[in-house]
Design a protein. Structure first.
Length: 173
């Protein structure tokens, strides 16, 4: 665990998968065919706090959910890439566009479509209920399942190690 905590010192950028990480992977469908997802408010607090504290936060998802886009944008996340089927390619473009070195990126995902992208970053992490193949490559497996605060778990760890967790931004929403 100490080696993992030392690796948090250099993180400047958080990238999250949506379904299975920022949500529990459930999709609710109404009789009219409208789909919705539930997001965890504690994750939301940590995500917006990270942004206010100067971190870059992005989401890369295969989903095309307009409700996910709305939620993420409302938290201040402007780098939202939906409908992405080749996440590694999208990640490479993101790193180029933002001039961010892979060693500065924490990428949290839960399933096989994220493996190639996770192998490109300095710190791949996952929720407790991630696929075994994902857990096998991760530097850290959160004790929290997807959609239940796993993003908060890793953001809080990074910010505490870097001394930015309880800064002036922490008290505004």
């Amino acid at each position: 665990m100490e080696n993992f905590l030392n690796r948090l010192k250099d993180i400047t950028t958080f990238i999250f998968d949506v379904d299975g990480v920022l949500t529990d992977g459930s999709v609710f469908v109404t009789e009219a065919g409208v789909q919705s997802r539930a997001f965890n408010i504690k994750d939301g607090y940590a995500l917006q706090l990270a942004i206010k504290s100067g971190y870059t936060v992005a989401a890369i998802s295969g989903s095309r959910s307009k409700s996910a886009l709305y939620r993420l944008n409302s938290l201040g996340i402007n780098d939202v890439y939906l409908g992405t089927h080749t996440k590694a390619e999208r990640l490479k473009l993101f790193m180029e566009e933002k001039s961010v070195h892979p060693s500065k990126i924490l990428y949290m995902a839960d399933d096989i479509p994220d493996l190639a992208a996770m192998n490109l970053v300095g710190l791949p992490v996952c929720p407790a209920d991630a696929a075994e193949e994902v857990k096998a490559i991760c530097a850290y497996v959160s004790h929290v399942p997807g959609g239940r605060g796993c993003a908060r778990d890793v953001i809080e760890k990074v910010m505490k190690v870097q001394g930015t967790w309880m800064n002036d931004q922490a008290y505004s929403w």
